[in-house]
Design a binder for this molecule. Structure first.
Ligand SMILES: *[C@@H]1O[C@H](CO)[C@@H](O)[C@H](O)[C@H]1NC(C)=O
Ligand SMILES: [Zn+2]
Length: 378
């Protein structure tokens, strides 16, 4: 990677002086080097044949087909088994598509979230990590490994990697009593795997984004109890981090929105630090950075309703999307696994820092050994 550029930093700081104040007032602690080194490693999660997380997603997942149901079941069983403290929901809708005639196609959005145990409905703003899980109808047999099987798997890995630290932190706060807690301490976390992102025929406003359009509309009307800090399920999304077309070598990720440029910079800083600490497997690359056009994707129905978005999509002004995009080559074999694993680690670090988890991770074996030897010297 080497892809998140902060070349526009000066410009944004001049243009949005107030943003800096906001950033300072909601500052959380940066993760230490030891914590970055001790983040759980990808292991075999991303093995394309046997990987427990990624390989079950590498099949066709056209909405309303058995492949789609199988992948949904994989998500649900992963969360129920590895993340039992999370709440699972499905948000269902149907729509006609240009190829379905009078037939309604079912779309199922997968939602999983975890809030602090003491938080009541509407108390928690949620960091929200998003990818679409459907695959394109055409070309027949299209897998969509970067689009977006691998991004779903990265998010699953990241959530499992931070879950026990989250438990440790929340248990500690719970034990100390939580009267007078700052609203930031109620921050929860949420995963959306959206259905029906792809067009069935040609991309238009109505033939695309079926799942995200339905969910944004539904959540805008999903009110929490009166007087809650957050009014609706939509407004409780404090940051919508959308991963798409990730898993090819040497990605270019741009910053698209001034109001979330600071989150982009946090991600860029973690990327640099993880690479310096030799926690990355891929070779560095010089990204182009910069802001620019908006790409049509699942964030649009949310963005239009005022949700803050960080769009992590591999797009280069000169080259466009990755070479395999929307071709039969977007399959398991064309994934660049070191890059996939680095993304998973970066998303883990970003979520851990956002959830303020410094101090709640188990030290890595080598770090633990170093700690032990220091202790024995004393
Ligand atoms: C939504 O669809 C899923 C998957 O088909 C199903 O398990 C679930 O019961 C449905 N939920 C509702 C509320 O209909
Ligand atoms: Zn696509």
């Amino acid at each position: 990677m080497g892809v998140l550029s902060s070349s526009r930093r000066a410009l944004w700081h001049c243009a949005f002086p107030l943003l800096l104040l906001v950033v300072c007032s909601t500052a959380y602690s940066q993760l230490s080097d030891d914590t970055l080194r001790s983040l759980p490693k990808p292991g075999s999660d991303f093995d394309i044949h046997e990987g427990k997380i990624l390989s079950p997603i590498l099949q066709t997942r056209v909405p309303g087909t058995p492949g789609s149901t199988a992948v949904l079941n994989h998500f649900a069983s992963f969360f129920r088994t590895a993340l039992p403290d999370w709440t699972l929901e499905f948000q269902n809708s149907t729509a006609r598509t240009p190829v379905s005639g009078d037939k309604e196609v079912p779309f199922v959005n997968f939602i999983a979230y975890r809030d602090p145990p003491w938080a009541a409905q509407g108390d928690s703003g949620r960091l929200t990590l998003v990818a679409h899980y459907d695959s394109k109808l055409q070309p027949e047999g299209f897998i969509g490994a970067i689009d977006s099987a691998a991004p779903c798997a990265m998010i699953m890995h990241a959530m499992r990697s931070i879950d026990s630290a989250l438990t440790a932190k929340w248990n500690e706060i719970d034990a100390q009593g939580h009267a007078g807690l700052d609203i930031d301490e109620n921050t929860g976390i949420q995963v959306l795997f959206l259905d029906g992102e792809e067009a069935f025929k040609d991309w238009t406003a109505t033939d695309s984004l079926y799942g995200s359009r339905s969910l944004a509309e539904h959540w805008e009307q999903a009110y929490y109890p009166a007087m809650s800090p957050f009014r609706t399920q939509l407004s409780s999304i404090t940051l919508f981090v959308l991963l798409d077309l990730l898993g090819s070598k040497s990605p270019t990720i741009r910053s698209y929105f001034p109001t979330t440029h600071w989150a982009y910079q946090n991600m860029a800083r973690l990327e640099t630090r993880l690479r310096e600490l030799r926690q990355f497997k891929s070779a560095p690359d010089n990204g182009e950075g910069g802001g620019g056009c908006t790409i049509q994707d699942d964030h649009l129905p949310f963005l239009r309703r005022g949700v803050e978005v960080l769009h992590l999509i591999d797009f280069h002004t000169g080259k466009g999307f990755p070479d395999v995009w929307h071709t039969m080559d977007d399959d398991a074999e064309h994934l660049d696994i070191p890059t996939v694993e680095d993304w998973a680690t970066l998303v883990t670090a970003f979520a851990a820092e956002w959830m303020d988890l410094e101090g709640y991770f188990q030290p890595a074996p080598s770090a633990a050994a170093a700690l032990y030897s220091r202790k024995t010297e004393l």
